[in-house]
Design a protein around this ligand. Sequence first.
Ligand SMILES: [Fe+2]
Ligand SMILES: [Fe+2]
Length: 392
Amino acid sequence: MNQPAPANGPSRAIAIACNVGLALMLGVSFGACSKYGCQSTHLPESTGYTLAGITCALCLAMTIVATVIVVKHLRKESSAANILGLVATLGIGVGSTLATPFLWIMAASNMPNLGSFGGWGRPLRIGRRAITPDVKASSEWAKGPRPRVEGLDDETRSVLADLWLHDARKEHASVPAFGQVAWQLVALGAPSDLVRRAHISCLQEIDHAERCFALASAYAGHDLGVQAMPELSAGGAALPVDRTRALVKVATEALIDGALLEDYNAELAKTALCDVKDAAAREALTRIVVDEAEHARLAWDIIAFCLDEGGAPVSRALSETFARYGNNAESLYDPDLVRRVDALADKTPLYAHGRIRFEMAQPVFQLRKTAAGAKLAELLGVRRREHTGVAA
Ligand SMILES: [Fe+2]
Ligand SMILES: [Fe+2]
């Protein structure tokens, strides 16, 4: 009597299923990272870390199972197909096991904190980074009143040149930043008043940049301007296709970049007006104080528009974004430049030429963050009462 044939080793179907599973896990985590990563609408941290752990364990298990099966087949028959199968299994298995937890953690990452002082304008966000232009010798942007530099020693003058150049680059970056805002407002169907004010803000940032480049050029002893910004060629104003997510993005960026940071920097610039003696520096600071405060008001109006349009999801994202923002005034200045400022025996000439006292950064930030928090709570409370029909 014939005996049944012995099982022909573990099934290739299981190995193939494991590989398909690994590819799916990788695809889903990549999609989640693209959709939620570094956004104000990111996944909750607990969800992201839990999914990272689960997918890592599953990927590892499937990799081991598929590899064992393929190796057994390879021992029986060292064909090219089996060798290729082993290489593919190891490649997709190791790749998925390493990449999926990273992608889920990224999907739970909040949008980046772009610092808090050292920029008299709205930061220019391109993806995860805030960028500024590189500098070149040029008179194209150095258009404004020039300071009196007589009596300044070489180091003080060099420090003043670098401090004002830092501000000039930030101001210049604010020009395309408001270009982004205007573009996004139109994309969302915002009223003409908001779009007009975004464009006016753009022109005001050009004025600030020209004044700061003129100041920096005078202290440096030669004209300074900007290089091209190829990073902008690929865009940077894109919004999520989903309208609610687009409103969340515009609202939360307006909250941090405009309502909080532009207001804060306007108040910080105001403190420098107490000490400034140079006429050109005073004129620049005065313009900055007035315009940046208006930019903060525009940001609040953009937030109100987004709340009206997006409702509860926008409200939740605003509360969460504000709660996550740090309580410390983080400097955007190059640490080396800060050390050079600290090393100056006499800082009076810096203040006479319009520079802030760094020690004012933290107390002013605390005051302005508290004020912004109160204003946000009031705005959200009013919208909630309107929504539920409860009288204020
Ligand atoms: Fe601004
Ligand atoms: Fe500005």
